[in-house]
Design a protein around this ligand. Structure first.
Ligand SMILES: [Zn+2]
Length: 464
């Protein structure tokens, strides 16, 4: 069987289908939720589009309450699962093309979701098409399960696992090649600074940075009042000379508006981004502000800024197999009416007790309240597990990269929902990771290679 030729033959149809998926803005949109669309219409429409491909091509499909669904191939009592997702993070700013119009530029496919995860999930779907078109009958069913809330709360996929029988094994095409056999624990904390004072000048009136806990904020803005606005602006411009981010300011009588543009990145490795919010806080902490506003920005500047390993909080920890604990400061909000709110997200290896993170945060903040809002334990499948070995063998054979080894990451994928689950593709080691960033792209050749790898992998793991 020439898997690569089979994938190449499907290229025009794959591209046409991906175009349809990218055109749907499927970021979580609960503000427009209805009984029909519990997460807003966008995520449901992207799911429906996926399932429509399955119906068109003669597969069994099922839509569960417009929040999760599956496309199934084969027969048997057990099934092997492939868990992808049709939602995306919000488009965000900084795009040079329309994020919802698939742009083909040389080998690159540009658009929100091309890399995370519409492109790879669709490649996995096309792998099912290859099996079916070539008369390959697996010894057990294969289900491509499509979630619609992966980027936030996993609402749909959790419902799936509550209501459907568990798979005998599976992979998630929602990360990188070669293969991820371990995922760090993932926990988020909300830190609340209460407002306790009447209006004073100078004052921090508002502060805003970040869209989601799992992204490094690209943009931050603050509004403050001062008796000497020009002095503040001058200090801000001086500050900008010393940091790797850019910024701008506006004044209107004693009101000053400051903005910083950093670099967005996935929250699992905050080092790859530049956090606009913590940079802006570190400037504001040097200015004279009202006590509550001052406490808010000083905490961020002194305890959270430029510290992806949480050294200043005393939380730095490295496990030999699973690597470093990391911290992302994903959201920072403040108004002079309501006070401040910070959302920090930690990815932790085996050996870290998340309760200790809460204690250290609380100790560092004094007057603020710290609350854990989510937690997932670390996940690990042994490197000599037959599933890991089979998938690695197919990957190595098709890419020629015989020395690549399975790895442990900070990103949480759906793989952790399966006792016997790993993440497998579709980002190749040679390709730039643009997930969650502006101008997200994935090379078409990578996606066709992923399709070919997935087809052979699925045939291999279900042939006995
Ligand atoms: Zn994803």
């Amino acid at each position: 069987m020439d898997w690569k030729a089979a994938a190449a033959a499907l290229q025009p149809e794959y591209l046409a289908d991906l175009k349809k998926l990218v055109a749907i803005d499927s970021s979580r949109d609960v503000e427009h939720q209805t009984d029909e669309f519990p997460l807003g219409p966008g995520p449901a429409h992207a799911l429906q589009q996926f399932l429509a491909f399955g119906e068109r091509d003669g597969f069994v499909t099922k839509n569960i309450d417009n929040i999760v669904g599956y496309i199934e191939y084969g027969s048997g009592s057990e099934y092997f699962a492939v868990l992808g997702h049709a939602d995306t993070v919000p488009a965000g700013k900084g795009w040079t093309t329309d994020p919802f119009k698939l742009e083909v530029s040389g080998d690159n496919l540009i658009g929100r979701g091309t890399s995370d995860d519409k492109g790879p999930a669709l490649a996995a779907y096309y792998a099912l098409r290859i099996l079916k078109a070539n008369g390959i009958h697996p010894m057990r069913k294969i289900r491509l399960v499509i979630g619609t809330d992966e980027e936030t709360n996993w609402t749909g996929m959790k419902r799936y696992f509550e209501t459907q029988p568990a798979p005998c094994g599976g992979f998630s095409p929602d990360a990188e090649f070669p293969l991820i056999n371990g995922e760090k624990g993932n926990t988020s904390f909300e830190i609340k600074f209460p407002q306790t004072q009447d209006s004073v000048v100078p004052q921090l009136k508002s502060f805003q940075a970040g869209l989601k806990e799992n992204m490094v904020p690209r943009d931050a803005t603050a509004v403050l009042t001062s008796d000497e606005p020009q002095t503040v602006v001058k200090a801000f411009n001086d500050f900008l000379q010393t940091v790797p981010v850019t910024g701008s300011s506006e004044t209107e009588s004693n009101l000053i508006r400051l903005a910083i543009v950093g670099k967005a990145a996935h929250g699992m490795e905050p080092k790859k981004g530049l956090n606009a919010g913590t940079y802006l806080s570190s400037f504001l902490a040097s200015q004279s502000l009202d006590p509550v506003g001052q406490k808010f920005v000083t905490f961020i500047a002194q305890k959270l800024h430029d510290d992806s390993r949480a050294v200043k909080l005393g939380l730095n920890f490295t496990d030999e197999v699973m690597g470093d604990l990391t911290m992302n400061v994903g959201q920072m909000q403040y108004t002079n009416d309501t006070g401040g709110l910070i959302n920090t997200n930690f990815r932790y290896p085996q050996g870290v007790d998340p309760n200790r993170i809460a204690q250290q945060l609380q100790a560092a903040t004094a007057t603020a309240t710290v609350r854990q809002i989510s937690n997932m334990q670390p996940h690990f499948v042994a490197i000599d597990d037959p599933l890991v070995e089979s998938l690695m063998e197919v990957y190595r054979k098709q890419t020629g990269r015989y020395h690549d080894q399975p790895e442990v990451v900070g990103g949480g994928t759906y793989a952790r929902l399966m006792e016997h689950g790993v993440a497998f593709g579709a980002l190749l080691p040679t390709t730039t990771d643009t997930m969650h960033q502006a101008n997200e792209f994935q090379p078409q050749s990578d996606l066709l290679l992923a399709m070919s790898i997935y087809a052979e992998a699925l045939a291999t793991v279900t042939d006995k």
